[in-house]
Design a protein around this ligand. Structure first.
Ligand code: PEP
Ligand code: MG
Length: 579
């Protein structure tokens, strides 16, 4: 006897398709004890504090795991949790109730509820959604107070996870390699389950209603998280239709891959370069497989990190040559070493700085330690064969003097090369990153000394918005879609073109599908991104008309916020691709 077929409709929260057995997520059974009179408020409060401390340890370990698997934006949820559990007003309210003789479990639970209700009542849906986080944190502390261990919820086989509403910590704690999809009875598209699922590339449907909780564990289900449909115990017809749909989606990825080697030419015939950001040889190989037309950013820091002394000239030549030989004649933009900021090297004896991102970083080391750059430049010259398309670029430039100093070292390195190999015909281009607002605002001053510019939106964003890129608490401020950042980008491209220079972009923004109409509209020449993003970005470029993108770029700059920019670009992208 088969269980009956049921279809549920919810909200598509993270795209994708999944098929597999159902797993019902078990909640902890946190029943409050019968109210009792608290005799020693101090001891009771100590118990609450110790439960808070235990909870904080768990929160930190979840943060570390999510940081590794999904990135810092998602890990920021747990910073917020740590702040919530430490909230002074929440502590005061709990302590005051305990002083009145209320038992600590009840005092904590009720204080958390007051807070969560206050948030839930706020009109802003993003803030009111945080009520679920406060309750999640509250339950964690309560479980410690009650001495209850959360159910393990261990998945033995790849499954579709059904839950009332998964808290971020619950989502984070599951073995993601076993989760085929998340389906929740409650929750909205901006819930953390949705955000986390997207980052983990796990399909998710939320808001399916309580009926979904009635399912039989182990029953087969089909999840179409593109349209928000879940079918339990599907018949043969459903399965066939589902297969077709999921094949179309997989086909898109496949089609992207199969056209990945075609050039990125817009509908009206404008060709741009789509290249990859690499950190070493493995990335270089992957970039070729993904159809990258070269390297737009080779981060050379790895050559210097995790060692006890500077690499020798020979060591460097070896490493660089492997990369050039892999890229066989394709352009390779090598960024000279960008030490400092978040990448510290002990053997250089750099003092601990209070603000490393505003300190002795990148090209700034040239005046104190020019030999590091001289050696690297010579190694690059020696490693590149005559047919290599070598493009050398400086990081963190904020003053013209830095470029002038570097040019002297570059000329010296070239002279040494010619001394050693008088017949060589090697050429190279010389460029700089535009990642500090001062450079973007004075692009013209650099023009006589460089062949090209490459915009580093990761740093340009942090410096423009004064939001540390490593600090998860300000991650929401640090959007490259902010109109201030976009306007520096637009200026850079416009002025560089007026001076006959080409401009690339190697910050994360270049790999964002949403940014493509804007970047094409302002005339960006080269898009550099992680290799995996190359096929889809090339497809989008091919579908757009560069002339149609020009008014879109102009309008984008009149938007007042990063959110408004995203919303506008999304609607334009849909419209332009549909045309
Ligand atoms: C940037 O800042 O945008 C960039 C590409 O450099 P990195 O991320 O290495 O600082
Ligand atoms: Mg940078």
């Amino acid at each position: 006897m088969f269980n009956a077929k049921e279809t549920y409709k919810g909200i598509a929260a993270a795209p994708g398709f999944a098929q597999g057995p159902l797993f019902l997520f078990q909640e902890s059974n946190l029943t409050l004890p019968e109210p009792y009179q608290c005799k020693d408020p101090e001891i009771a409060w100590e118990r609450v504090l110790s439960a808070i401390e235990d909870s904080k340890k768990e929160i930190r370990s979840m943060r570390a795991r999510v940081l590794q698997e999904a990135g810092k934006e998602q890990a920021a949820i747990f910073d917020a949790h740590e702040m919530m559990v430490d909230d002074a007003a929440l502590h005061e309210m709990t302590q005051a109730s305990i002083q009145e003789g209320i038992n600590p479990e009840k005092a904590w639970f009720e204080s958390v509820e007051v807070f969560a209700d206050m948030l839930a009542d706020l009109p802003d849906p993003l803030l009111s959604a945080r009520a679920a986080d406060v309750r999640d944190v509250g339950r964690r502390v309560l479980a410690h107070l009650l001495g209850i261990q959360a159910p393990a919820n261990v998945l033995m086989t790849p499954s579709i996870v059904i839950a009332r509403d998964l808290a971020p910590s619950q989502t984070a704690l599951m073995d993601h390699s076993m989760v085929l999809a998340f389906c929740t009875a409650e929750g909205g598209p901006t819930s953390h389950t949705a955000i986390l699922a997207k980052a983990l590339r796990i399909p998710a449907v939320v808001g399916l209603g309580d009926a979904i909780l009635e399912i039989q564990v182990g029953d087969l289900a089909l999840v179409d998280a593109d349209s928000g449909r879940v079918t339990v115990n599907p018949d043969a017809e459903d399965q066939a239709a589902f297969l077709k749909l999921s094949q179309v989606a997989a086909g898109q990825r496949f089609a992207d891959l199969s056209t990945a080697f075609e050039p990125a030419v817009t509908f009206d015939g404008k060709q741009v370069e789509v290249v990859a950001n690499i950190g070493g040889l493995a990335d270089a190989r992957q970039s070729i497989e993904m159809g990258a037309e070269g390297v737009g950013l080779f981060r050379t820091e790895f050559v210097y990190l995790n060692r006890k002394s500077l690499p020798t000239l020979d060591e460097q030549v070896n490493i660089y040559r492997q990369i050039f030989d892999t890229m066989i004649g394709k352009p390779v933009v090598v960024r000279t070493v960008d030490i400092g900021g978040d990448k510290q090297i002990d053997y250089l004896g750099i003092n601990q700085e209070p603000n490393p991102f505003l300190g002795w970083r990148g090209i700034r080391m040239i005046s104190e330690k020019p030999e590091i750059l001289s050696d690297q430049l010579l190694a690059l010259m020696l490693a590149a064969r005559d047919d290599a398309d070598l493009r050398i670029m400086l990081p963190m430039v904020s003053q013209v003097e830095e470029v002038l100093q570097a040019r002297v070292l570059l000329d010296e390195a070239y002279a040494k090369l010619r001394q050693q190999y008088p017949d060589c015909t090697r050429t190279y281009q010389f460029g700089m990153m535009v990642e500090v607002p001062s450079a973007a605002l004075t692009v013209e001053h650099f023009a006589p000394y460089v062949d090209f510019y490459s915009i580093g939106t990761n740093d340009l964003t942090q410096y423009t918005l004064a939001a540390d890129r490593m600090n998860a608490r300000v991650a929401n401020l640090a959007s490259p879609f902010h109109p201030a950042v976009l306007s520096l980008i637009e200026r850079t491209v416009r002025i560089a073109h007026e001076h006959g220079k080409w401009v690339g972009m190697c910050g994360e923004l270049a790999g964002e599908p949403l940014a493509v109409p804007f970047l094409l509209g302002i005339g960006l020449d080269e898009f550099s991104m992680s290799a995996a993003a190359v096929p889809a970005i090339k497809r989008i470029i091919r579908k757009l008309n560069s002339v149609d993108c020009q008014p879109v770029a102009r309008n984008t700059l009149t938007c007042h916020s990063a959110d408004a920019v995203r919303e506008y670009l999304q609607s334009e992208l849909n419209r332009l691709i549909a045309v």
